[in-house]
Design a protein around this ligand. Structure first.
Ligand SMILES: [Zn+2]
Ligand SMILES: [Zn+2]
Length: 132
């Protein structure tokens, strides 16, 4: 006659070989049968692509990301510059046209937005208001 704890020890200690080939403690067999380890072994270790990707260390993934964006820049950098130049050329007159800001300052269209946020612009507006 064995005590309860001895029986527990016996149950916990017993290892069985699962159909997937992994040795599992008998008490954890039902859990193992639902586990990914068991299922991937049974299905010939076909792990979905996405899952494999997720299992890559984060550093490795970042490295890949960097490579990809560097490659993209290499391939498209020149094109980008080209586009900019073309845009500039086509809109040169427009961009260089002087416009008078409400503060009285002459500014080009391209720098007007920046000018409107400038101290210079605000000072001028304030002065105008004082004069009114
Ligand atoms: Zn198994
Ligand atoms: Zn202004």
């Amino acid at each position: 006659m064995s005590t309860k704890s001895e029986r527990m020890k016996a149950i916990h200690g017993v290892k069985v070989t699962c159909e997937c080939g992994i040795q599992v403690a008998r008490w954890s067999m039902s859990k193992h049968l639902e586990s990914k380890t068991h299922q991937s072994k049974i299905s010939g270790e076909i792990i979905p692509r996405q899952e494999r990707f997720d299992k890559q260390p984060i550093e490795q993934r970042r490295e890949k990301e960097r490579e990809r964006s560097a490659k993209y820049r290499n391939e498209n950098g020149d094109k980008c510059r080209e586009n900019n130049r073309e845009y500039w050329h086509k809109n040169k007159e427009e961009l260089c046209k002087k416009i008078q800001c409400e503060c009285g300052e002459l500014s080009t269209k391209s720098s007007l937005n920046r000018h409107r946020k400038s101290k210079n612009h605000n000072d001028r507006l304030q002065k105008q208001q004082l004069n009114d």
